[in-house]
Structures are given as structure tokens and as C-alpha cells.
Design a protein around this ligand. Structure first.
Ligand SMILES: C[S@@+](CC[C@H](N)C(=O)[O-])C[C@H]1O[C@@H](n2cnc3c(N)ncnc32)[C@H](O)[C@@H]1O
Length: 406
């Protein structure tokens, strides 16, 4: 038997002890959850309803973690993964689960996070699917490392499953657009051929835009959403599943405007996706974005699309409240912060401003629910929770939460 790592805690299971358990649930990180005599065990790649054999590699204070060895009784929802790297690559967690059940679990996970992290019980609408469930990503960023002191570069790809630094080689990625996969072999070859130019590792950008693949983060990329055209720097943020964007922005538009608000604040606005797709529903729109280049593109995008009622401020999000003269009772504040969520400072100012509605969009329900708690304590109450599956076959999702001032 392999020797346990130094910090291994040997209770309740020994290192590499093999256990059999029934899996009951699926966490929002994508791991199956079962219990042995009430003790919780997490087993990635095991599905609810399955009986599995697993090997324990860590015991924590109130749970253990184990690797899946064998599925003894499979779930009827288990399917053949679409990628041969599934299970070794850290990118996808759900390729072995039918798409319908992926959606059902994502819906349930949002509800459970709200209940457990914020003590809020609220019905979650069914997660809306992506029109295209394979070849949907318009951007991938494979990495590579170079050994210190020279030598050939190692694998070009993504983090291996469960690892913090080990990469696996990814020659093709079936969730990336076909045009990205078509360009990938040549880009990988070139990277290897030019390996002398790299002192250490790097990240390669592949952004599908306007019929080509852009690798220069400083080049301009373009994306169409409904009847609007957005330009932005290829290396800057833009939602990377274009197939669901009309439905996603359409939903945000309805939620932001249905109660009759005339003014919209779009905080963390990027190159203007929500501000500009929603502008026709409002008298005036004010966006705020910390990235100078994204914000500059938001202004240019407004102009290029003939939108005259949207202004953009380059600043950290909380600065917007000093700038606007919108009456709070006629204003919706939409926020779409990065994965780490918003900040207590921003939320405090938002609550002090007191808009009639808040539409909070997030790609990380855990930080969203943390912030929801602050908003809820600050006098806002949920009226709608709608997840969108921008990232089929992965554990990720986008969630639109609508809150109203009590
Ligand atoms: C998830 S993206 C959303 C962008 C945009 N809403 C969209 O959908 O294209 C989050 C954005 O927040 C910006 N950001 C990060 N920290 C910020 C801050 N403190 N204040 C304002 N914007 C910030 C990032 O530059 C990024 O453009």
C-alpha cells in the first residue's frame, strides 16, 4: 500500500481504504455525495443513484474524499462521455451525465446553496439550456510549462483533474467551437517549434471571432448578439457561449424593466453587453467598469450601434453611485461581477442608494449567495431565480437573481 501523505488524518478511514457506498447527491463542485454510517464522503464522477467502490485519499473534520474505482450499480442517467480526456482533464465534470439531468442538478444546486449558505428557501426556475451543447465555447486558453534551465515545453492544455499545477495535453476540446479545434493543431505545433522563445510557461489565447481564430490578446474581436455588434479586445472579458446570449440578455432585459423602471445601472459592465442590449427598455443607462479597455469599447459599441442613452464610467463599481442622478425608486441596478463576487463596500452603497430592483447576474452561485445574504439583510427580497447553462458538461452556470426592495 502507498504511504499516506504527511498530513493524512487516519480516521475514520485509513489511507487508500476501499469503501462501498450509495451516492445520493451531487455538489455544485461536481462531486457525488454519499454517506457511510452518516459520515459524508465525496466521490467525483460518481452519480446520484449509483453504488460505487471508492478509495479514500483524505479525511477532513466532518467528511472524507475518495476516488472512484468502480461503478457497481450504474445510474440510468450515466452516458458515454463525449471526450476521451474526460476524467483526466479538469475542465468538464458532467460529460458522463445526461444533459437533461445536468440541467436538473444545476437547478437543484442553486436552491441548496441558497438554503445552506444564506438560510433562504426560494423556488429556483428550471435551468435554461444552451441551444448548442457541444462546440459552444468561443474562447479557450491552454497553458504550457517549460522546464527550468531550458528543454522542450511540456503538455499544452488544461489543469489535470484535482491538481493545482499539473497540466495535461489537450489536442482537441469538444466543448470549444469547431473553428478553434481546427486551428488548435497548428497553433500547438507553432508553439512547440518556437519553444526557444519562451523562458517559462505561458497561456495561449484562441478566440473565435469573425470567421478567424485570434491569438493576440491586444487584437480586436467582434461578436454579434441579436441585432447588436460588440467589439472588444480578444484578451478582455466577453461571455464565451454566444449561442445562449440572446435568451440570457433577453431575460435580464425583462427582469430589469418589467416593474417599470426608467433607469438602469449596469455595474461590472465589461464592453457593454447588458447595458447596450437592455438600453431600448430604459430612458437612460449608466455603466461602470474597471478595465479601461473594456469600458472604452463599451462607449464605442454604444456609438457604433446608434445607442445614445448609455454612458460609461471607467472606475471601480462603487464609484457609480456618486455619478448618477437617477431617482432610486425608478432605477434597476444590474450587477455582473467576476467569480469572486461583489464587495461589502459596493453592496453597502447599493443598499444606501436603494434602487427599486436589483438584477444580480453571476457565474459563481456561491459568492452570489454570500452577497444575496447581505442584500437580503439590507432590505431586498428575492422575486426570481433563473439559472442559465452557459457551460454544458461542466459544473459552471450563470444565475440571474432578481431582488426587490421590501
Ligand atoms: C463577469 S464580467 C461581466 C462583464 C459584462 N457584464 C459582460 O457580461 O460582458 C465582470 C467584469 O467586471 C469587471 N470588474 C472587476 N472588478 C471590478 C470592479 N471592482 N469594478 C468594476 N468592474 C470590475 C471585469 O473587468 C469584468 O469586465
Amino acid at each position: 500500500m502507498q504511504r499516506p501523505p504527511k498530513k493524512f488524518v487516519p480516521t475514520p478511514f485509513e489511507y487508500h481504504q476501499e469503501i462501498e457506498l450509495e451516492v445520493q447527491s451531487l455538489t455544485n463542485l461536481g462531486a457525488g455525495v454519499g454517506r457511510i454510517n452518516g459520515w459524508v464522503v465525496f466521490v467525483p464522477f460518481a452519480l446520484p443513484g449509483e453504488t460505487v467502490k471508492a478509495r479514500v485519499f483524505r479525511n477532513d473534520k466532518n467528511c472524507s474524499h475518495a476516488d472512484l474505482i468502480e461503478v457497481l450499480v450504474p445510474s440510468p442517467d450515466r452516458i458515454e462521455p463525449g471526450c476521451e480526456l474526460f476524467g483526466t482533464c479538469g475542465g468538464c465534470q458532467y460529460q458522463h451525465l445526461s444533459y437533461e439531468k445536468q440541467l436538473a442538478w444545476k437547478t437543484r444546486q442553486v436552491g441548496e446553496l441558497m438554503k445552506h449558505m444564506a438560510g433562504i428557501e426560494f423556488p429556483v426556475n428550471d435551468c435554461l439550456s444552451s441551444e448548442q451543447t457541444w462546440n459552444y465555447r468561443s474562447k479557450i486558453t491552454p497553458h504550457f510549462e517549460k522546464p527550468r534551465g531550458g528543454g522542450e515545453i511540456g503538455p499544452i492544455g488544461f489543469l489535470a483533474f484535482g491538481r493545482r499545477s499539473q497540466l495535461i495535453d489537450v489536442p482537441q476540446c469538444p466543448i470549444a467551437m469547431e473553428s478553434i479545434n481546427a486551428a488548435l493543431p497548428e497553433i500547438r505545433e507553432k508553439t512547440r517549434a518556437n519553444s526557444a522563445r519562451y523562458k517559462r510557461g505561458a497561456t495561449i489565447l484562441l478566440r473565435a471571432t469573425d470567421g478567424r481564430i485570434e491569438t493576440n490578446p491586444k487584437a480586436t474581436a467582434v461578436e454579434r448578439v441579436g441585432d447588436l455588434t460588440f467589439q472588444f479586445l480578444a484578451g478582455d472579458f466577453f461571455q464565451n457561449n454566444p449561442f445562449i446570449l440572446p435568451a440570457f440578455t433577453g431575460y435580464a432585459a425583462t427582469k430589469a424593466s418589467e416593474a417599470g423602471a426608467k433607469y438602469l445601472v449596469d455595474a461590472y459592465c465589461g464592453s457593454g453587453l447588458f447595458a447596450l442590449t437592455l438600453a431600448k427598455n430604459f430612458e437612460k443607462v449608466a455603466g461602470v467598469e474597471v478595465s479601461e479597455t473594456s469600458c472604452e469599447w463599451a462607449r464605442k459599441n454604444a456609438k457604433a450601434n446608434g445607442i445614445a442613452n448609455a454612458e460609461f464610467l471607467t472606475a471601480s463599481a462603487e464609484a457609480i453611485f456618486e455619478k448618477i442622478d437617477f431617482p432610486a425608486q425608478e432605477t434597476t441596478v444590474l450587477i455582473d461581477p467576476p467569480r469572486k463576487g461583489s464587495t461589502p463596500e459596493f453592496l453597502e452603497q447599493l443598499i444606501r442608494f436603494g434602487p427599486s430592483r436589483v438584477v444580480y447576474i453571476s457565474c459563481n452561485p456561491a459568492t452570489q449567495v454570500r452577497d444575496l445574504k447581505q442584500l437580503s439583510e439590507g432590505g431586498y427580497q428575492l422575486s426570481d431565480v433563473q439559472p442559465f447553462d452557459l457551460f454544458p458538461h461542466t459544473r459552471h452556470l450563470e444565475c440571474v437573481m432578481t431582488l426587490e426592495k421590501r
